[in-house]
Design a protein around this ligand. Structure first.
Ligand SMILES: [Zn+2]
Length: 244
């Protein structure tokens, strides 16, 4: 699996950057994980909108879905310009039916509900879900191919269920919305200590901190996570690629 970071900012994108979006690729299949504000712009540095094979969404906060409409129009217009492409499946939960209904647009995209209690097959990926602790319904995802796993926490405060869910993953893409001296649990987010502790308890190989705050010195998040995890730790940045 190849993971490309498209955007990583929490809440809203910093100038010329994007909020949450990642592309996971394997065997030529390209899955966009979340599609926050400015993701469509940054995506085009690495993949064209018509090159995506599927999208999967964790929840309906704007920093995870704001560019779905832009993606739909990009594929519509590229179709007018002669590009051949299939209807793009967008996998999401339907706990918010109005938001879910907007995922289907003409024959351009089609919203498909996932059953969070079952494993989902998307292209070459087997995806499993974990209900997170967040102000709105949100699911973490574990992606597996050939016995290797990537776990994406999506948005959540720390919950014990993450330990078994993330067990042995090659890469833990963990939200880290707060510094170690801040308690993010009321807001439904983790801090750098939570991310480091989870990485150790789940025995993952490497930790990537994402969904980053707009203040402070971000490198401090890494130093704090290091106090609890001795494996490799990175701060997400645009265009960063991980081979898993
Ligand atoms: Zn959220």
């Amino acid at each position: 699996m190849k993971l490309t970071i498209i955007g990583f900012w929490a809440g809203y994108p910093k100038a010329n950057e994007a909020s949450t979006g990642y592309v996971l690729e394997h065997d030529g299949f390209r899955l966009l994980i979340d599609c926050g504000s400015a993701v469509l712009s940054k995506l085009q540095n690495f993949y064209q909108p018509e090159e995506l094979d599927a999208v999967i969404l964790s929840h309906y906060h704007a920093d995870h879905i704001a560019d779905i409409g832009a993606l739909q129009h990009a594929r519509l217009i590229q179709g007018f310009l002669g590009k051949q492409m299939n209807t793009l499946p967008i996998y999401a939960h339907d706990a918010h039916s109005y938001e879910f209904s907007k995922l289907t647009y003409k024959t351009i995209t089609k919203g498909i509900t996932y059953d969070p209690k079952a494993a989902l097959k998307v292209g070459p990926f087997t995806v499993r879900f974990l209900l997170t602790k967040h102000p709105v319904t949100c699911y973490a995802m574990r992606f597996e191919v050939d016995g290797k796993a990537l776990v994406y926490t999506a948005d959540t405060s720390y919950i014990e269920e993450f330990v078994s869910f993330s067990e042995g993953a090659e890469l833990l893409l963990s939200e880290c919305n707060f510094y170690g001296n801040q308690d993010g649990s009321g807001a439904g987010h983790m801090n750098s200590f939570d991310a480091g502790k989870l990485a150790t308890r789940a025995n993952v190989k490497q930790l990537v901190l994402t969904h980053l705050p707009h203040y402070g010195e971000l490198q401090q998040l890494v130093e704090e996570a290091k106090q609890h995890f001795s494996g490799q730790i990175s701060l997400a940045h645009t265009g960063q690629v991980f081979e898993i």
